[in-house]
Design a protein around this ligand. Structure first.
Ligand SMILES: Nc1nc2c(ncn2[C@@H]2O[C@H](COP(=O)(O)OP(=O)(O)OP(=O)(O)O)[C@@H](O)[C@H]2O)c(=O)[nH]1
Ligand SMILES: [Mg+2]
Ligand SMILES: [Zn+2]
Length: 279
């Protein structure tokens, strides 16, 4: 019994070479990994058992999910940060991140930034598009901090979105004490400069949040026949249960598309993603 009290459960919040920072209750432990445990299998977000005497990670607890690039586990919510200008609004990246999130059983929350930088006309266009997404997903502006904070308590959250989209800026607004580095976007590149480099979980507003390095590409390892289930707006009963909504007989999704019930760009991005998977 006495031996067992040496072990404490905690969460890996940072990995720097072979040093693992584990948060256990309120204590921060700097740990190494026990030899027999394959250290390359541990990621930020892993729940582990730590021997607090020797400060070694002894055991990895079961995982809920893992995201690659950024490599992180046990995510409950993905804050998908989408910029409206520099980097430009991309329905394709948004749809890709939504699919990835749903496929990994992560609740997606869309957060729109830089609405202050675009013209009234552009803003109306984007708001119209977002009103479609609102039927199926949570959508906030980055100015709606109070609403965003309500999502955080008790959850582990990763931020994703292109470099320069405003992820770190958003986190700084959520918790002013964080003072994360943010940077001007590069105007010649029309995007950010990957200001954030390490993946790290931070204790914020009663939950854990990881600011992540921005990425312009995303690995999509989704099964081709399962992609359709990551589009909640495609939930129509087609003639054939195996229908992939391409050109099958009696496809209700294509019918809904033609009746303008499905956003055209959503359907186009679905086909584009299917092609990307099939490559
Ligand atoms: N006008 C305006 N500028 C913003 C907004 N959000 C972020 N920015 C600016 O956009 C630039 C990039 O913001 P960051 O927060 O560094 O972007 P990031 O997503 O963390 O970028 P990476 O760390 O490279 O992935 C900074 O100059 C911010 O001040 C916004 O809502 N409006
Ligand atoms: Mg950043
Ligand atoms: Zn169909």
């Amino acid at each position: 019994m006495e031996q067992q009290s040496n072990f404490k459960e905690g969460k890996i919040v940072k990995i720097n070479k072979d040093l693992y920072t584990v948060l256990s209750n309120e204590s921060v432990l700097s740990c190494y990994v026990r030899g027999k445990l394959k250290s390359d299998k541990l990621t930020v977000g892993d729940n582990v058992l730590v021997d607090v005497k020797s400060l070694t990670i002894e055991k990895q607890l079961p995982r809920k999910n893992t995201l690659i690039r950024p490599l992180i586990s046990n995510i409950d919510i993905l804050f998908i940060v989408v910029s409206t200008e520099i980097p430009a609004f991309s329905e394709y990246l948004l749809d890709k991140m939504l699919s990835l999130s749903i496929y990994n059983k992560i609740k997606p929350v869309i957060i729109v930034t830089k609405l202050d930088k675009i013209s009234r006309k552009e803003k109306l266009q984007i708001i119209k598009i977002l009103s479609y997404y609102k039927k199926y997903f949570k959508v906030y502006k980055n100015t709606q901090i109070r609403k965003i904070v309500k999502e955080i308590k008790g959850k582990t959250i990763a931020l994703c979105g292109q470099t320069g989209a405003g992820k770190s800026t958003l986190l700084n607004k959520i918790d002013k004490s964080l003072s994360l580095n943010t940077d001007e976007v590069s105007h010649s590149l029309g995007r950010g400069k990957h200001t954030t480099r390490l993946v790290e979980l931070m204790k914020v507003k009663g939950g854990f949040i990881a600011d992540t390095p921005g990425f312009s590409s995303l690995d999509l390892n989704i099964n081709k026949d399962e992609l359709k289930y990551t589009f909640p707006d495609f939930n129509y009963q087609c003639k054939y249960k195996s229908c992939n909504h391409i050109n099958e007989d009696g496809c209700e999704v294509i019918k809904a598309l033609n009746n303008k019930k499905i956003l055209k760009s959503r359907y186009e991005n679905y086909i584009k993603l299917l092609k990307e998977i099939s490559k």
